[in-house]
Design a protein around this ligand. Structure first.
Ligand code: UDP
Ligand code: MG
Length: 349
């Protein structure tokens, strides 16, 4: 499928069959769509995001919308801005977490508070263009439970980030039992059925891309070109990305543990063969064993492999430790809901 170009984002391609003046009951929107937006220190982009989302929402009259903003403990003006965003076209829910819990926790909070028949996850920095929402809703109305948005091209990302992301997805899918589609981020539509399924997953290590792929159901993938962030900075350092990547692998696969076993077994076989060869050489050919360098090499190699194996074990034990504590994934400090004015309210005003 051809990726949607940036120019196409500007014109929602949804065909709206309802006229603005129609007030018959049959024309009342049947479905509620929730847009979940996690945000952390996004004061520079919030107004632009809300405006662009509102334009799209205003053009769709066959569905109702609520936007659930999750302020993940921002320390800039994001919360003040979020609380005062315009609710003319949709319900606006502003939830403030008690501190910065990380994007995965913020998304979890969003899924747990969203009321919609379908939920769309959207980054605050406009890297997930809201103009694609109509196509996502169309796919959902046609029967998809999950609409994955695949990045056909990532603008404004270094070759290193693209290459490491590519290698990571390949590795993850090789080891994981529930494959994650390559280049599909958190920008997705999930039906209520899928949201309820994900809400039942009790783990504290919330690698959302994995959790969202796990339930299965009918999936559709649409491609798009991912633009650059419109303002502000990425919140992920390489160190955090490596942590997320490790969390992805260890939450969805035990293959690394098996890998350690296999490497151990192979090295033991090799050591046994080598020992046999040394005995034969000494007994049959009478050769003394010269070998300080080879002993050192073997020691170092074995030491390295053992440490890696212990490290892998440690990763899993650390995750068990977090799960065992059963702490909540996030804490809500404020939950601020402002419904959109109904038709009657507008007439009264
Ligand atoms: N985000 C968040 N909590 C965090 C880090 C990020 O809610 O601790 C939000 C951030 O505000 C943005 C989204 O997650 O809306 C994606 O973050 P970012 O743009 O920094 O990631 P990138 O696009 O660079 O992968
Ligand atoms: Mg971003």
């Amino acid at each position: 499928m051809q990726p949607l170009s940036l120019a196409e984002y500007r014109t929602p391609r949804f065909k709206n069959s309802h006229s603005n003046t129609a007030h018959a009951d049959s024309d009342k929107p049947k479905h509620l769509i929730s847009l979940v937006v996690p945000l952390y220190n996004e004061q520079a982009v919030l107004a632009a995001l809300h405006h662009r989302v509102s334009v799209v929402i205003a053009s769709l009259r066959h569905v109702r919308f609520e936007i659930v903003y999750i302020d993940d403990g921002s320390i800039d003006a994001s919360w003040d801005i979020t609380q005062n965003l315009d609710n003319q076209y949709c319900d606006v829910r502003a939830i403030r977490l008690s501190r910065n819990f990380g994007k995965e926790a913020a998304l979890t909070a969003g899924l747990e508070h969203a009321q919609g028949d379908a939920v769309i996850l959207l980054d605050a920095d406009l890297q997930d263009p809201p103009e694609l929402i109509p196509s996502m809703i169309n796919s959902w109305l046609e029967g998809a439970d999950i609409v994955n948005m695949k990045r056909a091209y990532r603008h404004g990302e270094s070759w290193f980030k693209k290459a490491s992301a590519h290698a990571y997805y390949r590795l993850l899918n090789w080891v994981s039992d529930s494959p994650v589609e390559k280049d599909v981020g958190d920008f997705r539509l999930l039906s209520r059925t899928v949201v309820e399924a994900i809400k039942q997953l009790p783990e504290r290590n919330r690698y959302m891309k994995g959790l969202m792929s796990w339930p299965g159901f009918n999936q559709v993938t649409l491609e798009f070109e991912r633009p650059e962030r419109i303002a502000g900075e990425t919140k992920w350092s390489y160190f955090q990305l490596v942590r997320l990547a490790l969390s992805g692998i260890t939450s969805f696969s035990v293959k690394p543990l098996r890998f350690a076993t296999w490497v151990g077994a192979l090295i033991s076989c090799y050591a046994f063969l080598f020992a046999t060869w040394v005995v034969i050489k000494t007994v049959v050919f009478g050769e003394a064993v010269p070998g300080y360098p080879s002993i050192m090499l073997t020691l170092l190699a074995l030491g390295g492999v053992q440490l890696i194996a212990i490290g892998i074990l440690g990763e899993y034990i650390a995750r068990l430790f977090t799960e065992a504590k059963q702490r909540p994934v996030y804490l809500v400090m404020t939950d601020h809901f402002r419904p959109a004015p109904t038709q009657e309210n507008i007439h009264e005003a």
